[in-house]
Ligand binder design. Structure first.
Ligand code: MN
Length: 312
């Protein structure tokens, strides 16, 4: 979620298979939920169109409400909400109210502007584990009207040694029904036996992996949790050694080819349009209002237009 720094995000220029690791940094969301932010990181701001990855949980809770994110705006991106355990309730300025459970996808396309809230519902399992991802919209699509889609189930690709639920794009010939605006893949991979896990890749894409649960090695490199492993381009497969039940997220896409600016919840191209979006939110225009949410809207942080590097 929010960062008060403007990030000038140049696409990476890897043209070959590489292996770089970027430990996540801890961040607290409005409402207090502590996340591990694996993207953007210093040195790695984009993987294809993927520009943001928060991993939270697993956690167990009682009467409290770990996720409580009041109404806030977005532009220029899609939010991808994916739970491994628990529930979250989404409300937005288009009037959507949707409970999401594990195995389901909430995809919100901000386009020129939307606002939403996300919270742990009153009736819940007392567990929470999930990821929140953002996809940058390409120039030709980033001013589209906002939309929201809920996908109650997603297709899975059979892999050697496991299976992958395809959230966005395509993997091993299996295509997600979710609307993507550039060539990409986002998948939740689970190892189903102790044999090698073989994941076919599009060699024209750049890719990254993040370990969510279990024990996985790439060659002789044991993957650490809460670390983004950037694989570069030019791989037609990746072979992993994984203990049964281990889980990873695979992100990838055609190198984005556009520099973006990220500030708070906005993805734009110029400081002026970021400042305009901030002003519109503060003035209560453009982003509508989130009906049904009882808490306060989140005010925009102060805007300093000097581009920052992602915090270490
Ligand atoms: Mn949001």
């Amino acid at each position: 979620m929010p960062s008060a720094d403007v990030l000038d995000c140049q696409p990476g220029l890897a043209s070959a298979p590489i292996l770089e690791s970027y430990p996540a940094r801890q961040a607290a969301l409005p409402g207090g939920l502590v996340v591990r932010r694996a993207l953007p990181r210093a040195g790695r701001r984009l993987v294809g169109p993927w520009c943001f990855l928060d991993h939270y949980g697993p956690l167990a809770f009682g009467a409290d409400k770990p996720m409580s994110i009041g109404p806030h705006p977005h532009i220029g991106l899609q939010t991808v909400t994916w739970l491994i355990e628990g529930e979250a309730l989404h409300r937005d300025s288009l009037g959507n109210e949707r409970l999401i459970r594990p195995g389901q996808l909430n995809l919100m396309t901000a386009g020129f502007g939307i606002s939403h809230s996300e919270e742990t519902p009153q009736r819940n399992s007392g567990r929470l584990h999930g990821v929140q991802l953002w996809v940058a919209l390409p120039e030709a699509r980033r001013h589209l009207p906002p939309s929201f889609d809920h996908y109650p189930e997603l297709p899975a690709a059979a892999l050697g040694g496991g299976r992958a639920v395809v959230l966005m794009g395509e993997l091993n010939g299996v295509r997600s029904p979710a609307t993507a605006h550039s060539r990409m893949v986002g998948a939740d991979i689970v190892a189903s036996d102790d044999a090698d896990l073989n994941v076919p890749l599009d060699s024209s894409f750049e890719h990254a992996l993040i370990l969510i649960d279990g024990d996985v090695a790439l060659g002789d490199r044991k993957l650490e949790s809460s670390t983004l492993y950037y694989l570069g381009t030019g791989r037609d497969a990746v072979t992993l050694t994984a203990r049964t039940g281990s889980r990873l997220m695979l992100l990838g896409g055609a190198p984005f080819g556009e520099s973006i600016l990220m500030w708070w919840n906005f993805v734009g191209r110029t400081p002026e349009e970021i400042a305009k979006a901030r002003n519109d939110w503060e003035q209560g225009s453009r982003f509508g209002s989130v009906a049904g949410h009882l808490g306060d809207r989140i005010p925009a942080p102060p805007l300093s237009l000097r581009p920052q590097r992602p915090r270490g």
